[in-house]
Design a binder for this molecule. Structure first.
Ligand code: CAA
Length: 292
């Protein structure tokens, strides 16, 4: 059955090579997923050799883990490892059918990335963004072919979370959208079409939940108590989840929501302090104690 809002699947174009911009937390998980499910060459790029090596190293290490658990035979292990390459240049995207970016959540950075990618790829190559809150239409607005831009919003951990939000911008054409749904299906994700509104669907829902948890904390309830109160309600309590997604991403999402819907969302000064202090979460990684 065709998912609600998906165009005619006969319009979908084949994807025989994938480019990924960024080699960080989300990007390297995406590389692994595309590799396993599409079994096509995947090129991972970032701004320096160290980041690229870290991203490719993550993919290799995860493949080794799967092989160690008997979930990948030695033939596939070697084939998958050979299919993933890393580079600091985007030249390897020239024959890609899909390029997805997962770089820093800032509109100007993402627009710059797309402009650089467009200079290399074919006019039909789909340009996807893993943004969790920014406007797809605005990201596409300065391109020669804005109709090939689409949001593909994945969730962390990418291998486990079943959902994919697919977000067309105002100029996205049906072939691009159909390709996005076909790719989502091949990746074995549950695909939903979301409108191009700040934070789409999931992060709006999650933003209310996280904002309320932060408000209870800011009103004086200890962090462990707030987290413990979620026992059985969610797979991960709110402040543990912030450690998984990263405080800067959580803050960016919260601020986007406050700007878009000031009557409904809450920007926590405690979260702002955590980010300003460069902490990786509300809990210390080694001791498990709250950092503030
Ligand atoms: N990468 C790959 N696989 C992972 C993983 C990771 N980082 N973390 C866990 N897994 C796998 C485990 O290997 C295990 O697989 P098997 O059963 O096949 O062995 C399975 O997930 C379950 O793991 P665990 O038993 O270790 O732990 P768990 O049952 O507590 O599940 C969890 C871990 C899946 C992360 C779960 O706690 C969970 O669902 N947490 C909520 C995550 C969430 O809400 N993510 C969305 C964040 S929002 C976002 O990403 C979007 C944004 O824009 C900010």
């Amino acid at each position: 059955k065709r998912p609600a809002g998906a165009p005619d699947q006969s319009l979908a174009r084949p994807v025989t090579k994938v480019g990924i911009v960024g080699a960080g937390l989300m990007a390297s998980q995406l590389a692994l997923l595309f590799l396993q499910r599409l079994q096509v060459p995947v090129v991972l790029t970032d701004i320096d050799d160290e980041r690229v090596a870290k991203g490719v190293g993550y993919v290799h290490a995860e493949l080794d883990k799967l092989a160690g658990k008997g979930r990948l035979n030695p033939d596939k292990l070697n084939r998958y490892k050979a299919l993933v390459t890393g580079a600091t240049s985007k030249d390897g995207f020239a024959d890609a059918d899909l390029v997805i970016e997962a770089v820093f959540e800032q509109m100007s950075v993402k627009q710059q990335v797309f402009a650089e990618v467009e200079a290399v790829v074919s006019p039909e190559c789909v340009l996807a963004t893993n943004t969790s809150s920014l406007s797809i239409a605005e990201m596409a607005s300065q391109l020669t072919h804005p109709e090939r831009v689409v949001g593909l919003h994945f969730f962390n951990p990418v291998a486990v979370m079943p959902l994919l939000e697919i977000i067309p911008g105002e100029r996205t054409d049906d072939a691009t959208l159909a390709t996005a749904f076909a790719v989502g299906k091949a990746l074995k994700k549950t695909c939903i079409r979301a409108a191009d509104r700040p934070s789409f669907i999931v992060n709006r829902l999650l933003g209310r939940f996280m904002g309320e948890a932060a408000k209870i904390l800011d009103e004086g309830t200890p962090i462990e108590v707030v987290d413990r109160a979620f026992a059985g309600l969610a797979p991960m309590p709110p402040f543990v989840l912030i450690g998984l997604v990263g405080p800067a991403i959580a803050l960016h999402n919260g601020e986007t929501l406050v700007a878009a819907f000031p009557d409904r969302f809450y920007a926590s000064p405690t979260l702002q302090r955590i980010v300003a202090a460069g902490k990786r979460g509300f809990y210390d990684m080694s001791s498990g104690r709250p950092v503030l």
